[in-house]
Design a protein around this ligand. Sequence first.
Ligand SMILES: C[S@@+](CC[C@H](N)C(=O)[O-])C[C@H]1O[C@@H](n2cnc3c(N)ncnc32)[C@H](O)[C@@H]1O
Length: 493
Amino acid sequence: MDILNKLISASNSKSSLSAFIDDYNQELYDFLLTQSYRDLKRYKEDIDRYILSHLKVIKTLDFDLESTRVFVLILLEVAERFSFLTSFQRLFKLLHKNDCELGSRIQASSSFFIGVRRISDYEKRVDQILHQLSVAYNVEDSEERVVGTLINFYAQVVHNFALQNQDRVLLLRDHILSKREDLSFYFLRHELIDKVFSIDISDHIVAFEKIKSLLDIFLERTNKYLSFTHDSFMMEEGTSYVDLLGCDCPDFFALRDIAVDEYQKIADKSVYYSLDKGVRVLTSESQLFAYLYSYGKMHYNKVTSAFKALPDNLNDKCLEIIDWGCGQALASVCFFDYIKEKGCELIVHQVTLIEPSKIALKRGSLHVKKYELAGNIRTVNKDLDSLVDNDIVSDNTHIKVHLFSNILDIEKFSLKKLISFIENNFQGENYFVCASPYINYLRTSRLDGFMSSFSRFDSFEKYLDVDHEKGEWINGWTRSIRVFKANIESSIE
Ligand SMILES: C[S@@+](CC[C@H](N)C(=O)[O-])C[C@H]1O[C@@H](n2cnc3c(N)ncnc32)[C@H](O)[C@@H]1O
């Protein structure tokens, strides 16, 4: 039985639904949020029907529990994505009533899904919607989601008012377009918006269908990676960056200084926006420089604050480091700088770098190679969902240090798959260093879900569990850090 059918069967009473949510939180997250749009679309009507017919039971759940809030937030996200109007309205009200944190994009959607009677309602709210989307775009969400929400908004306007008020719909469209020059509305320059806004709206039904189908094509296209290189080892060679690095071992700040110089020569804001807040799989050297220039210091501070929580007993031990979604391997670089500065006597037997971007991975292994301490380096050019057992070579007797720097919060891979991959491939003593920005409650729940799945091992020990929103840590940065240990045994069920 698939997860949706299991959910439906469990939803006949408060107790069975809440037990189910507890047991299957990761499967639900993966099914409803991480799965590709194309695959999820097959269940669209079933999900809407599920929400509407089980609202009565959902309302009885205990909203003081994190698992309930995450579950209902996930349903709301799906309702928003597919424009399930009634489901969205009911779930939004329910979460609002229970004081749950709702992100800016969801707030923006509520402004056009709830309480709209006349076109003047849209006209009055459009600036607020754009402002909320700009916060989502600049701080919280992927470009894909923000552009998707804006298109859903325009589709609603066309559907509801293009028949009687075509001129005012066009004025509203022009008003949105007039914001394009402002960099905080950079998402308005997306090519899909040009395509959608140029659709003839004289027949509002045809126009609505065309907008929806363009949006579908766009959402189905995303989440695909370029083909991977299966060479055994990848490293940048023979480039001017290799010359810039020179022969000595740099540290994180030397690498950042190079990136600052190089990015200032490029001085193109569009490169910065192409990073999509650093989560995009990078394809050019300009993006590598822009990333390190824009996010480097923040990531350095975040991940170093997490290393400080590791226990001292790692001294003198033989380690393997696994840097997941490593990008340019900055987390590994920061780890080496940290142990050098602390004067730890560690033997690093092997560093495994896993990353879907070829250009970033090659640079990452070049960075790591500079550290004498690094031992053997292995590169795996894949996204996390594509990993298979023989991609990884690990020794049960070594201590494994897993670096998850700014990766667990990204909703692009299945946590469930990742956890079973780790359990199958990393037996023995494992330390996990997870550092992400605090984006919102739902994203941080991924870090919690990841950590709690290892808590079933007797040896589980938690060293740090901290969430800081803007203003609660340094420099206006946010952080969610989880540092813990688990001895993974093969026999545990
Ligand atoms: C915010 S960056 C973090 C990079 C690096 N860990 C750091 O702290 O600098 C996110 C990284 O995740 C990678 N990424 C995106 N989707 C991924 C996926 N599905 N599986 C693995 N890595 C992914 C991106 O290519 C990018 O390098």
